[in-house]
Design a binder for this molecule. Structure first.
Ligand code: GDP
Ligand code: IMO
Ligand code: MG
Length: 424
């Protein structure tokens, strides 16, 4: 009854689009890790919604949307998303819930994220500057504040002032001006009023849903290659992104997970620094970026782009137990004479698996490519696999054979109806 949407690359595979599509068959859509570093794009008709916190099932009136305990929440961003939907007349009273256990991203987390990045200078990691790393660091060092604590304003204020003053000392050591604790607290008091009605025990809510055999869709954010443990650290995000995070981040037992759909973009993109073995730094890369509109949903930064890296995706599927593949953005490859995919890595003339590579190896190794013939036809309107150009079919079949996992669905455009199902 629990199914999972999981990015298998470096994020921005089109998870939001697929979650929105599958929401129709889901009673619950649940975010379980990460924060507003995520940017998931969905459409209502021609209206585009770049969502950072609210789950991508929100446009389906029959889905309940849950921000579970593993997510870290910036109240400012949350409230702006709530207000955006209210002003568009999208009603979600009684179908939007936030776990009381979520930790808060507070203004000093964002300031610290920036201060660390600036101090790193040329070695900066290229974070989204949303305070993700500092917030999760506070969580594990017992300096975090849970959303639950907003219920008692006096206690919350005391904790906030204490933390804020400590952080101001750290900021001062970076030469950064201190935050105005009082002003920040006043703003938090306003935001609190809007958010409190949505805060609840989502653990109970989800356990009840499980016991009633409701369909639950877990919406992964970021992707396996950004996992805190299985990435080439520190070129990662602050949370575990693999399905293990569903248990810790939403309280759902792992045995309840029925299917895990690995989202594979037909090529690769990455935002921020870090090794990228199949990166295209030439005109072809620039063209793909333009055609694929590869500019960050969260920060607007141009995304780095490259060929599909099946060596990395194979690892992502293996470590996550992916049971089926969904290919996205294959329409963007139309018109290319030749397409390449990386099918292995070599270092010093010897094969090396992705799992044995830290950033030192990933920067030096040579990707082994397989070349495919391209196709010229526009495929956005194609509705059956048999109607795809033969060379496009061959590319898909190769991915399926290489990963040894069934391709279930192919997305051929950003809109909900732009897809073709291979197997039901
Ligand atoms: P997410 O973070 O994985 O949800 O992905 P993003 O929303 O950040 O980035 C994916 C971008 O590609 C968005 O602009 C989507 O609207 C768009 N998109 C998703 N699937 C497809 C597809 O199959 N084809 C095309 N052309 N665009 C797509
Ligand atoms: P979605 O869910 C792409 C990247 C950042 C940076 C690194 C660390 O939309 O796929 P962080 O702010 O998390 O500390 O930054 O992780 N990153 C993403 N890249 N898509 C995302 O989310 C990302 N979330 C974080 O660019 O390299
Ligand atoms: Mg995104």
């Amino acid at each position: 009854m629990v199914s999972v949407i999981l990015g298998t690359q470096w994020g921005d595979e089109g998870k939001g689009k697929i979650v929105d599509l599958l929401a129709e068959k889901s009673d619950f859509v649940v975010r379980f890790h990460g924060g507003n570093n995520a940017g998931h794009t969905i459409y209502s008709g021609n209206k585009k919604y770049p969502l950072h916190l609210i789950p991508s099932g929100i446009l389906n009136p029959n889905s309940k949307c849950v921000i579970a305990n593993g997510v870290i929440v910036d109240l400012e961003v949350l409230v702006s998303e709530i207000e955006m939907f209210f002003s568009d007349g999208i009603e979600f009273k009684n179908r939007f819930f936030i776990s009381d256990r979520c930790h808060l991203i507070l203004p000093y987390h964002k300031a610290l994220d920036l201060a660390y990045e600036n101090a790193r200078g040329e070695k900066k990691l290229g974070t989204t500057a949303r305070g993700i790393g500092p917030c999760y660091a506070d969580k594990v060092s017992y300096n975090g504040i849970r959303i639950y604590e907003l219920k008692d304003w006096d206690l919350f204020s005391e904790k906030f002032v204490f933390q804020s003053e400590m952080k101001n000392k750290i900021l001062d050591s970076f030469g950064v001006a201190p935050l105005n604790t009082e002003r920040e607290l006043e703003r938090l008091a306003e935001l609190r009023e809007i958010v409190l009605p949505f805060i609840t025990d989502t653990y109970q809510l989800l356990q009840k849903a499980l016991s009633e055999n409701k369909k639950i869709l877990m919406e992964g954010a970021q992707a396996v290659m950004l996992d805190l443990d299985f990435s080439p650290y520190p070129f990662c995000t602050g949370s575990n992104t693999i399905p293990g995070a569903i248990n810790t981040g939403a309280g759902i037992p792992i045995q309840k997970i029925g299917s895990i759909s690995g989202i594979v973009k037909a090529y690769t993109s990455r935002v921020g620094s870090g090794p990228f073995p199949t990166e295209l730094k030439d005109k072809l890369g620039d063209d793909l970026r333009e055609k694929g509109k590869e500019f960050g949903t969260t920060t607007g930064r141009p995304r780095r782009v490259g060929w599909l890296d099946l060596e990395a995706v194979k690892f992502a599927c293996e470590v996550s137990g992916v049971t089926e593949i969904i290919i996205t953005k294959i329409d963007i490859l139309s018109g290319l004479e030749k397409i390449k995919a990386c099918i292995g890595y070599e270092l010093d003339g010897k094969p090396i698996p992705y799992s044995s590579c830290g950033y030192l190896e990933l920067e030096k190794l040579t990707p082994v490519f397989k070349e495919f013939s391209g196709w010229t036809e526009d495929i956005m309107q194609v509705k059956s696999f048999a109607d795809l150009p033969k060379t496009c079919q061959e590319y898909v079949k190769f991915i399926e054979d290489f990963l040894d996992i069934t391709v279930k669905l192919i997305s051929t455009g950003p809109k909900r109806e732009e897809f073709l199902e291979i197997r039901n």
